[in-house]
Design a protein around this ligand. Sequence first.
Ligand code: F6P
Length: 543
Amino acid sequence: MTSPTKTAAWKQLRSHYQQFARANFQLAALFENEPHRFHEFSLKTDQLVFDFSKNLITQQTIDLLLALARECGLASAITDMYGGKEVNNTENRAALHMALRAAPADQISKPEVVDTLDRMQAIVSAVHQHQWRGYTGDPITNIVSIGIGGSELGPAMVTEALSAFAVPGLKVHFVSNVDPSHITTTLAALDPGTTLFIIASKSFTTTETYHNASLARKWLLESGASKADLAHHFLAISTNLQATREFGISKDNTLPMWDWVGGRYSLWSAIGLPIALALGMDQFRQLLAGARDMDQHFLTADLAHNIPAIMGLLGVWYSGFFGSNNHAVIPYNQHLHRLPAFLQQLCMESLGKSVTKNGDRVDTNTGEIVWGEPGTNAQHSFFQLLHQGTHLTPVDFIAVAEGEDTHKHQHSILLANCFAQSMALMQGQSLTSADPDSNSSANPNTASAQLSPHKTMTGNKPSNTVLLKQLNPYTLGNLIAMYEHKVYVQSVIWNINAFDQWGVELGKSLAEQLIEQMTNSNNQADYDDSTNNLIQQVEQWTK
Ligand code: F6P
């Protein structure tokens, strides 16, 4: 496979798009003419509905996108990933996150995963049953997970999303930023004797994590703990046993990670220990079950009825033919407020690539810029641009049918807003419906006629709506796995590697050089004029 643009389906999609543009295709008109459009363009699993009817598509569009998927070998690429082929070709690694949530009888189930889940279970019950105690002999009341990127975003997002399921008496905190205020403000409210740290780092070479972990160790030692006491307060999750040992965390207190799991796909592994501690192991296993069922759907549903496949192909349609470069994710659920940040890493670190798997330059857009905030807040900030701006931003609305029992009415207001926004984006508004009293054609000089261009909305803005029955560990597992597979689908079509991230390395190594310069006054290297002057200004202001 070289480039999707060389396929017959891409050429057909291009002329299909041109016909579309010429016909001034109107979504609202399609809804009028196709009374069953939702049934035609929606898919459902047990507890999740994926409504893609408000997209700029006809059945022919979908047929052509499916033809593109076939020409790009999507079905066999899915089997390759599941079968453990080295789909991460630049690092010669498989991408077996599906093995982390496999049922024991599944072909890809791994004994080391089962064993790690058992070890997690033992830690969780020791902490919950107050058998795991701090150096003062008191039970653990606070967990501080130190990690960044994939070692933080997934666990933090899930822990917050499922806070309604949290076990009482234990608080889980996340520290990621090397900005010392992140750890110091977190620790300020905590008691060293009852705090357990989890150092989550696949590589155990990440600067931010290393420095925050070192500050945590110092904080404990300064509180009166001895070096031997630290064993009561530190767990690590890593592939790098030598580095964890050098840091002072024993093998017994270290849970494994594996090269065949990418950081941003790792919340299902021991990296998810903070989730398991916050919610209990049963809920963690429900999260895995939700992801596993989405895996089964992805592996077995034909592409025309395959939610991640259709989601991914729609993104290819907008970026490849409409020139869209971004995608908004708007969860209408406050608990999901960190979902956009999680998806930013998942999608943008995976798909922000400009060469194909073979190293050739890509010749179409890849990797959408993912952004978003929860609704309804977002309606009062950036939705103006979605409705009347000049950029095409496909939106994923995420809604949850069941709300809190005690506030049903207010939950209905939330959902009504969600559905109203996708409707408004789709249908737009003519002046006569915005202002029935106006008669601009009769007299173009009236104030209302002059306001006409400001008040009208073209509509025709595409969106998906993902509706969950409830927000619980199972449905959240469904939702996250759906996005993981969407990313893989797009990587296959664009023929890029979704599992490496070479682009982050240069910044890391330049930072190492600058750290040396900024912390050692004998070292005066010469950089570009901007960097030199910024460093000098800091020196002047902080002398
Ligand atoms: O810098 C990017 C990255 O390597 C991510 O891919 C990863 O999730 C994050 O840093 C943290 O890495 P680690 O778990 O090895 O500390």
